[in-house]
Design a protein around this ligand. Structure first.
Ligand code: SF4
Length: 758
């Protein structure tokens, strides 16, 4: 079958999208009978069908037709394996695969890349061959981080894309609704099925004033995270508006929308403006910029929205950029924020480790030309004074395009002059691929980064590492000060000649290079015209890749007297459920990967991490050890979770490994959006306590029964009977958000089984 999908966001494709946007917006405006926000415009422009139905945010489901799909190398493996299992022929819409997460950060770019290519070669070969077979574009290792490459090449204002990575919303900086999804969502969408989304609520963030001095786009999202907390954006799209938006470059906007994932938002989006036009032009997409200019009305909210936002958003936050101070957030959670002027006191009162061990800049969040230029401007000040960073400084360029450009234009040299080591254009230290042999296992230490996520163990696998996040300029300044309590706005540094000096705020930096970006070659492989002879390469003896077997369908019986694997206490993110780091290498092998199940979860019954009581022998064992024994005896079991269980990434492995090892249901105080969908898709019951206090009723030796499952219906509660060790029973009610189609997933054993059966 000849390859029939154009991988690029061509002007023809974008023009078609704009025609549909225009038509649907007019129709949907009639349905709602009021002006529309930008979110509503883009979503309605991508409705699979448009009739006279209106939708309630956070309640109704909507079917959408995305314009493209992006996969990264870790989650993408499972997408391809699922796509294969469903026996589908070719991707139905533009899809790209990006090799970024599997690249190490140990020595420096070239060296790490060589080692990473060797150790991951079978995965890269599999992804490249599967991309060729199924008509996807393949970005080689070293080409860059998925979100940066998408922003540089594929994102466009008014588009809708999904990606198997939670920071897919990065493309919102270019006015796109871009949403992180689980692998099966991606596989289904690639198969041409409409994609189902819980219609989002709308949060408006009004930006007034203008960024100046030390304050950077990063500080806006850190402030928003402080306001909304890690779950405040759940089931909502955050839409930025107001005059302040124009003071932020396109890549600065992308930093903000990227990190919207940290507040649990479905995604975030900015209205189309001249800054986006500039970025499109400098990234060789003048044709799209022209089309966007012609269709501007569809790419911004209706004017009434800005003049009376409370009427159109569920919640409105206002931030005055002119008075916004630089912020630092952390450790361990991105919503623990304070302004830089409050940080020194906070370090003292919380006894944080003051000396910084390593500073890291870059990643998909903060490695734009503007970011690197502002960082370099501080490095140049330091060089003039004859000083270097007091601690190791690591730089991760987001793409080869950025790396090549800052090498040509001198920013990289400026950073190297103060001691920076440049890592590969890949995720590296952001996703636990960072090896720190110098660090003892439980050694508390402070790192400062420009990344987006700072869960324990995230960066270096050490749960005792405290990660504080800030803007690139602030992290460079902290690297020069060497201490977390250093405030560059007031504190002085000592020059090589012994004199004292204060850093000047970074110079206003160009958002795009005057000479244009360096266009690297040889980093992208387009799919062949004819894919008939292409073979997908999987070694049957591989320890890293395993063809999938379908999960068994529900037997139609209630779940009775199931043991509790874990009662997770506090934060239990997808990193706690299915850790990354060394485990990343097993993301294409479900059986081997399952050994990491719940390894980071804190068990409320004993405060142990990753361990629980095995009811078969009363021993304390790792969760996967216990689950494998239950599985052998065909015993199903449940997980009890706390608030916002499954927050963090879109990794469906956090749903697949429990499912594979026999979990029947996850019962929590509340569930993070993507994880909830992933649980449903893998055929698990995703339930929440009607009364969150019922969490306290559940004891270690209890058994859980879920009854009348044949009567499972949208909106109808599920009855749960807790049988205590002394034989006493308590009845509690559980809520769920399954619609009819999702109930079929549960019955069939998984959403993929429904697709296969079709
Ligand atoms: Fe990679 Fe980190 Fe960005 Fe995720 S957040 S895509 S791990 S750089």
């Amino acid at each position: 079958s000849p390859h029939n999908v154009n991988i690029d966001s061509t002007p023809e494709l974008v023009s078609g999208v704009y025609t549909k946007l225009k038509e649907n917006i007019a129709k949907f405006r009639n349905v709602t009978g009021r002006p529309l926000t930008l979110t509503e415009k883009i979503l309605s422009g991508h409705f699979n069908q448009i009739d006279d139905t209106n939708f309630t945010g956070g309640k109704d489901y909507v079917f959408l037709k995305p314009d493209r799909v992006a996969l990264q190398d870790v989650t993408g493996q499972m997408v391809m394996l699922q796509f294969m299992q469903a026996e589908l022929k070719q991707t139905a819409l533009p899809t790209t695969v990006h090799c970024d997460h599997l690249i190490r950060a140990e020595v420096q770019g070239d060296v790490d890349m060589k080692v990473s290519l060797d150790e991951n070669s079978e995965v890269f070969k599999f992804l490249q061959s599967a991309s060729a077979k199924y008509g996807c574009g393949f970005w080689k290792p070293g080409a860059g981080i998925i979100h940066q490459v998408v922003l540089e090449n594929y994102a466009f204002p008014g588009g809708l894309m999904i990606g198997t990575d939670s920071h897919t919303p990065n493309a919102g900086g270019l006015g796109m609704i871009a949403i992180g999804v689980g692998g099966l969502d991606a596989a289904e969408t690639m198969a041409g099925l409409p994609w189902e989304l819980l219609y989002p609520k709308r949060i408006g963030v009004k930006l007034t004033g203008k960024l100046t001095g030390w304050t950077a786009p990063k500080d806006i999202i850190l402030k928003v995270a402080e306001e909304l907390t890690v779950s405040g954006g759940t089931n909502a799209i955050v839409e930025y508006f107001g005059p302040g938006t124009k003071s932020i470059s396109c890549t600065g906007k992308a930093t903000i929308t990227n990190m919207g994932a940290e507040i649990g938002a479905t995604c975030s989006v900015f209205p189309y403006d001249e800054r986006m036009e500039t970025y499109l032009k400098y990234t060789n997409r003048s044709g799209i910029a022209e089309l966007a200019n012609q269709n501007k009305e569809s790419l911004i909210a209706d004017p009434e929205v800005e003049s009376d936002p409370e009427k159109f958003f569920d919640r409105v936050i206002e931030i005055n950029l002119s008075t916004l101070e630089p912020h630092i957030v952390g450790p361990h959670t991105p919503d623990l924020a304070r302004s830089i002027s409050e940080l020194a006191d906070d370090v003292k009162s919380n006894d944080y480790v003051d000396p910084i061990s390593v500073a890291l800049i870059g990643s998909c969040t903060n490695s734009s030309y503007e970011d690197m230029s502002r960082a370099a401007s501080l490095a140049e000040q330091a060089k003039q004074k004859g000083i270097k960073a007091k601690i190791p400084l690591l730089v991760t360029p987001g793409s080869e395009q950025i790396r090549g450009t800052i090498e040509r234009d001198g920013q990289m040299d400026s950073l190297k002059d103060i001691g920076a080591t440049v890592l590969a254009n890949a995720c590296g230290p952001c996703i636990g691929q960072w090896n720190r042999p110098e660090l003892d296992k439980d050694e508390q230490n402070t790192i400062v980064t420009t990344f987006n996520r700072n869960f324990p163990g995230r960066n270096d696998g050490h749960r005792s590492t405290l990660n504080f996040i800030g803007s690139p300029e602030m992290i460079i300044a902290l690297s020069l000060g060497g201490k977390l309590s250093f405030n560059p706005l007031v504190d002085e540094l000592t020059a090589a000649d012994g004199t004292k000096f204060k850093l000047e705020p970074p110079k206003p930096a160009p958002e795009v290079p005057e000479e244009g970006f360096v266009r690297p070659e040889g980093i992208f492989v387009a799919p062949p015209e004819n894919t008939d002879d292409v073979e997908v390469i999987i070694d049957p003896n591989s320890k890293r890749l395993q063809r999938l077997e379908p999960f068994s369908q529900w037997d139609g019986k209630d779940f009775e007297e199931l043991p509790i694997m874990v009662k997770a206490k506090g934060k239990c993110t997808t990193d706690h459920i299915s850790p990354a780091g060394a485990w990343l290498s097993l993301r294409g092998h479900l059986d081997n990967l399952s050994d990491n199940m719940l390894l980071g979860a804190v068990n409320a019954f004993n405060d142990e991490v990753g361990k629980g009581k095995n009811v078969l022998n009363n021993q304390l064992e790792s969760f996967s050890q216990i689950a494998r024994q239950y599985k052998e005896k065909q015993m199903r079991w449940v997980i009890i979770g706390d608030n916002n269980y499954g927050e963090g990434s879109s990794r469906e492995h956090a749903a697949m490994t429990p499912r594979y090892l026999g979990c029947a249901a996850v019962i929590t105080k509340s569930l993070a959006r993507i994880h909830e969908t992933n649980l449903k898709k893998q055929g698990l019951l995703a339930l929440t306590f009607d009364n969150p206090d019922d969490y306290e009723k559940i004891l270690e030796d209890d058994k859980i029964s879920l009854v009348d499952l044949n009567g499972l219906q949208p909106g109808k509660q599920v009855k749960c009977i807790i049988t205590h060790n002394d034989g006493n029973k308590e009845e509690i009610m559980l809520n769920h958000s399954y619609n009819q189609a999702q109930i079929e997933w549960f019955k069939a054993g998984s959403a993929l089984n429904v697709l296969r059966n079709r």
